[in-house]
Design a protein around this ligand. Structure first.
Ligand code: UD1
Ligand code: UDP
Length: 355
């Protein structure tokens, strides 16, 4: 079978790595990078570290407004699909690259396969929520990471072609945890001792594009009696400078450029707590048994909250401070995101549908 996989943003490189490895054993994969993320530390580093094959096409779309970015991707992906004529198109997660890939394929009557289907925050002010809903409704095969995701789809009338295979991010984490342990020197490089620091990331538009919220987060970080390591997303760096917050954060917070996946795993597993608005990092914190403070009012990853490993604090100064002081993990964790065999199951289902 000929499969076109569309990726473009940091978390998609991580998600596609284990799937790509396994589907290439039996199928021809054409990898399309939309160019949504393009800085070497947001893109190249993941291809190198995770051994992802070089993209067959890099569309070089870059940044832009929602419509501009998605529209340009749609135009260019369609050209690739017309040329390559794949049997299926594989898309991941909830970014504009996901939506553009799914829409281009669906309009050409090419089967759309969505990995990480069924997630919902029920917050349509998030661009990602629009991307998730539309992608799921035009997908033919929907690979869900959790039972909650399957239920969400059922509630929207989508029951055909839906499979709970577990989360491919478990596969990526399991595959790379030992490699990160051996290869990453980030703790030494930053002079950090295990469990003596907190790890923070912020990039969600609702936090970065709002001066009041970003100021509140920065103040909570600066007032915390803790060392905070903050690999900063380029979007956030831009707004910290624009809002004149850049200097204010440099007290007890060590702001560093975005890090590769191996360094990130090493930082996450050795952090006392994680503070984030990232979807992927909420899950990784749970998988690693690290308490997570989520800078959002809602989450798609409800299991992490239900099981007592994650707390939603929005951008509220007091709540962030209180969680930094007091949040502890729970006594136990269930394997809600699966056992690390999601890619294998995805490959089996794709193979079964071929026959
Ligand atoms: C995107 C996704 C988000 C995902 C995140 C992962 C959408 C709508 N959002 O958000 O769901 O969680 O990726 O990190 O698809 N920039 C650079 N260099 C880069 C990439 C971005 O400087 O390599 C800057 C540009 O100023 C750009 C801004 O970051 O305008 C935002 O980038 P964009 O890809 O539009 O959205 P993200 O915030 O990265
Ligand atoms: N990540 C990374 N380096 C960083 C920040 C994040 O490798 O500096 C990884 C992180 O471990 C996770 C993924 O990127 O696997 C999450 O991506 P991101 O937070 O950008 O997007 P989201 O998951 O919110 O869509």
């Amino acid at each position: 079978m000929k499969i076109v996989s569309v990726v473009g943003a940091r978390p998609q490189f991580i998600k596609c790595a284990p799937v790509s490895r396994i589907i290439r054993e039996q199928h021809e994969e054409i990898l399309v990078h939309t160019g949504q993320h393009y800085d070497p530390k947001m893109s190249d580093v993941f291809f190198e570290e995770l051994d992802i094959p070089k993209p067959d096409y890099n569309l070089g779309i870059g940044s832009g407004t929602q419509g501009e970015q998605t529209g340009k991707m749609l135009i260019e992906i369609e050209k690739v699909l017309l040329k390559e004529k794949p049997d299926i198109v594989l898309v991941y997660g909830d970014t504009n690259s996901t939506l553009a890939g799914a829409l281009a394929a669906s309009k050409l009557h090419i089967k759309v396969t969505h990995v990480e289907a069924g997630l919902r925050s029920f917050d349509r002010t998030m661009p990602e929520e629009i991307n998730r809903v539309i992608t799921d409704h035009i997908s033919n095969i929907l690979f869900c990471p959790t039972d909650t995701a399957v239920m969400n789809l059922k509630n929207e009338g989508i029951t055909e072609g839906v499979y709970n295979v577990g989360d491919v991010m478990v596969d990526a984490l399991k595959y790379n945890q030992k490699i990160a342990e051996e290869k990453s020197t980030i703790l030494q490089d930053l002079n950090l001792n295990p469990k003596e620091f907190l790890l923070a990331t912020v990039h969600r538009a609702s936090n970065t594009d709002n001066k009041e919220k970003l100021s509140s987060i920065v103040k909570a970080f600066s007032d915390a009696e803790a060392t905070i390591i903050f690999p900063v997303h380029p979007r956030t760096k831009k707004y910290l400078k624009e809002y004149d917050l850049w200097e204010k954060i440099l007290t007890n917070t060590k702001v560093i450029p975005p890090v590769g996946y191996l360094d990130m795993l090493k930082l996450e597993s050795n952090a006392r707590k994680v503070i984030t608005d990232s979807g992927g990092i909420q899950k990784e914190a749970y998988m690693l048994g690290i308490p997570c403070i989520t800078l959002r009012d809602n989450t798609e990853w409800v299991e992490t909250v239900e099981e007592g490993w994650n707390i939603l604090v929005g951008a509220n100064y007091e709540k962030i401070g209180d969680a930094i002081e007091n949040l502890e993990g729970a006594d136990r964790r269930n394997s809600v995101f699966g056992d690390g065999s999601a890619s294998e199951k995805i490959s089996q289902k794709i193979n079964a549908r071929e026959t």
